[in-house]
Design a binder for this molecule. Structure first.
Ligand code: KIV
Length: 272
């Protein structure tokens, strides 16, 4: 499959030659097979590096509001912010699928959802993601009906963090698990190719993943409970040390390496 994604399209400045629907079909076919590795990316060099490492999906998540723009949560992110960062990631022409988040207040109606999705695609996204289940199904249908692939997002919904008073685990009771399942079914009926499950307890994530026909991509759901995983790149790299979610699994400590390098630089310059 990596080979399949390996061609560049000289005619289009932003996207690879493999059509978005072919990429999403390949990812969908991974259901129950080789797990999907997704990471967030917000800029050109990071997108290139992640793509060179074989990441399947580059999610330009609205988490950029916190880890790039310094807001307290994702509710401050605007469509202009998203377009700016989607375009930067798309300039890397990655083989990975570029997914752009619909920010809060940009998909109040099906017509607005489609218009926003089209703007993200014009900026270089190959698919979009939005948060929520049953109440978003008509919006998902409008976007997929317009030919744009959609990824769902259920469980903890960061755009609702203020109403919910924090980041809480989901799917803890049979009723909560059933509500997520119903939301997933509504999204699947509306045509999503995959669903992010965020902060769903492992047992529920495992049961949902086993029963849903599209890949589930987990974050904060425990190990090997979903068909793939997504992580926020700064959590993986340890480059945003001021807030680290409890489920983050840093593989390195870029914050410490940066501080060391900058201290050496300051010392070299000021002591000369
Ligand atoms: O915005 C984001 O980075 C996300 C992930 C947490 C899935 O939605």
């Amino acid at each position: 499959m990596r080979r399949l994604f390996g061609f560049r399209n000289p005619a289009h400045p932003l996207q690879t030659a493999v059509p978005a629907h072919q990429k999403t079909a390949s990812l969908r076919a991974r259901k129950g097979g080789r797990p999907i590795a997704a990471l967030t990316a917000y800029d050109y060099p990071t997108a290139r590096l992640l793509d060179e490492c074989g990441v399947d999906i580059l999610l330009v998540g609205d988490s950029l509001g916190m880890v790039v723009l310094g807001f307290p949560d994702t509710t401050h992110v605007t469509l202009d912010h998203m377009l700016h960062h989607v375009a930067a990631v798309a300039r890397a022409k990655p083989q990975a699928l570029v997914v752009g988040d619909l920010p809060i207040h940009s998909y109040a109606t099906p017509a607005q959802a489609l218009e926003t999705a089209r703007k993200l695609v014009a900026a270089g996204a190959e698919a979009v993601k939005l948060e929520g289940g049953i109440r978003q199904a008509e919006k998902v249908r409008a976007i997929t009906g317009g030919g744009i692939p959609v990824m769902g997002h259920l469980g903890m919904l960061p755009q609702r963090v203020r109403e919910e008073g924090g980041y809480h685990k989901k799917g803890k009771t049979p009723e909560q698990a059933d509500a997520i399942r119903q939301g997933a079914q509504a999204l699947i009926d509306a045509g999503v190719f995959a669903i992010v499950l965020e902060s769903v307890i492992p047992e529920t994530a495992r049961i949902l993943s086993a029963s849903l026909p599209v890949p589930t991509i987990g974050i904060g759901c425990g190990d090997h409970t979903c068909d793939g995983e997504v992580a926020v790149i700064t959590d993986l790299l340890g480059s945003y040390p001021w807030f680290v979610p409890p489920f983050a699994r840093p593989e390195t400590d870029v914050a410490a390496a940066t501080r060391d390098a900058v201290k050496r630089y300051v010392s070299r310059v000021t002591n000369s």
